[in-house]
Design a protein around this ligand. Sequence first.
Ligand code: 26Q
Length: 816
Amino acid sequence: MISVKTPVPAGTDSAQLVTELQKHYNITLGRFECEQIPSYLLLALSLTVRDRLIERWRETRLQEIQNNPKRVFYLSLEFLLGRTLSNAVMNLQTENEVAEALRYYGTSLEELRQNELDAGLGNGGLGRLAACFLDSCATLGLPVTGYGIRYEYGMFHQRIEQGRQVEYPDHWLREGNPWELERPELTKRVKFYGHTEFYINDRGRKCARWSGTNDVLAVPYDVPIPGYGNGVVNTLRLWRAAATDEFDLEEFNAGDYTEAVAAKNRAEQITMVLYPNDASENGKELRLRQQYFLASASLQDVLADWVHFHGENFGEFANKHVFQLNDTHPTLAVAELMRLLLDDYLLEWDVAWRITTSTMAYTNHTLLPEALEKWPVRLMRELLPRLLDIIYEINARFLAEVALRWPGDTQRQQRMSLIEEGNDPHVRMAYLGIVGSFSVNGVAALHSNLLKRGLFKDFFELWPEKFNNKTNGVTPRRWLAHSNRKLAELITEAVGDGWQTDLEKISHLKDFVNDSAFCERWFQIKQHNKAALAELVHRECGVCFDTGHMFDVQVKRIHEYKRQLLNVLHIIHLYDRIKRGDAVKMKPRCVLIGGKAAPGYAMAKLIIKLINNVAAVINADTSVKHLLQVVFLPNYRVSSMEIICPGTDLSEQISTAGKEASGTGNMKFMMNGAVTIGTYDGANIEILEAAGGENFFLFGLRVEDIPAYRAAHKPNQIIEHDEDLKRVMQLLECGHFSLFEPGIFDPIVAAIRRDDDPWMVAADFRSYVEAQRKAAEMYQDRAAWTRMSILNAAASGRFSSDRTIREYARDIWQII
Ligand code: 26Q
């Protein structure tokens, strides 16, 4: 056992902070005092804060080694961390000292933090969920380590040019990253290509090895994850790909310098860029390499650590480890753990399988069948031949079990097989996840039920006990305490301290809904936050939002199932009402839409163009803009959400029922006192139950209505019989929003008019417009709206990721 004498934690008083800040600014970074370059001041402050984290980080690690608890590893291709500095300062509870120290430099944390780039290592909900989970695990003091990829380029930067999305690279590491610690001594080797060889070992047993491979090095970078006010600092370990030396040597010896460099590039490509799809883009070899690279490096790391402390005795391994798989993206871990235990540590199949299936747990995040990952067998055979052997063996044994349970039911065997047969067979990754895990969970109650009844029905019949629900949550530290300072203060005044780590306490806010002074302060804070949001909108879009109007916001990835299109149809309808003189009773509103489209998703990109064109027509029309303003906010990301959700009145959660697994933006808005207009889908249902139907604008078809409705869906008839929708469609069709580009929106019109429109836009239009009308009317009654706003925040306790993580820890990980 190593023993390290921990230094006394550095003081956090501001004088000492100033000294250290100066040291980093002048010495570490070599800048002169008089220059005061904000980006270097930011870096110097980050290094100062980091020093404080590192002491606690080592302490946490040492404690863990001493206590030897069961540990959890959260494997995810995405961790959407956003900015780190002020979150770290908040969690270290050293805000006042930092503020004082920065006054010496004539600046503030608020000002400096604007220069920090987002760590955009994720697409959207799934990646941000992983980040919220890490925050909760550290705050709850749980021994959970994240494993992910250190992408050189994160989520692309979105600009809008002539109304269209244009993607720019996000080279977020360009100016260095003070929040990571490279650990080259822990480098691992990951194999690709080659072939399987069998041999008889010295004990006369038939064994396999994977040889003739092209290896890539995995170099870890550790990112500290501080808990809130508890001195705990957990670890997120991100892997970077590097070429091995022998790669170069071989080529160099052959005198081929350029080929040596090219090989190096091919290796390093693996961690070069995040795939910018929030639904799967199947079949890209580089993506498969990323997935295996993460799974293999992480498992080798965990096994090496185990062997270091316990030798090659795996008797207790399963009692001490859980691997939580964030969707199917890291599910190759199932086959990789088998491979390592079989080939490297020479365990028997049954022993290895017992270890694997009692340590792996799989979370599903989607119901869209097209988003279920499948990989061509031929690609796996070439890239990961040994893994494919193992997958086939798992499948053979599994299908024997199915045959035993349902003798003669060959159709069922085909349905459940890990291999989708055909002339180009594929591996079904979700099935590998289910077969290899002891737990399978969905992310909201409805979603988990739909998995059991639909997508995974056969598996649920076989193993009902594996299936469970863990409704998502978000961290109240970042999404309330930090992003909405003023509201946080008021909440503390009302319900006392402690809600930051026990969000159920926020329910006491409901005792204040009849306190008019309190309500007035609540309202004024919302106005203050709306002014900040209006400033962002003005800076980014050049449009002046009137803070007296209702702020109606939809921010999320652009996808047809999320129905930004329904939102646009409603906007066009309002515009039409104003233009036709039916605006006497209309209530003014400002609509903000933001989000990125996958670069290859033409329809999503066209929807962005439509939003921008509609916004341009409306904002330029002086007869309209006192009642309606519309913007598309470019480059929506974590740090913009921190300004958006505090300033929102109406939160748009309008997916086609049964399509949004959970949603988590809905929860951030609710915590900040926005009221939801939404469908009966994902976590909306649980939000509605918590807040009460009178504090939620519900509309639209329900999942159970959809099959029957879909069969008879005739959008053209709906349009014909709905005067408002008819006029909206006419405006679209006559080119009112595309005067200089005739016909560009034809694909959108056609999509809405299709009988088999999977998103049911026309079907939900009328009830959406009605719900919107109610919301707008209610907003005019300031007291009534403020009451709803308070009651929503008061009911948000359940949506803290601390609650979610406690459930994972208790039911799945069994560590509390
Ligand atoms: C897969 C293969 C190849 C390339 C990319 C992908 C890929 C990448 C990201 C597929 C899916 C994603 C992300 C999915 C996602 O964000 N899902 C959301 O997860 C949230 C957290 O559970 C839910 O709240 C949302 O409802 C769900 O859409």
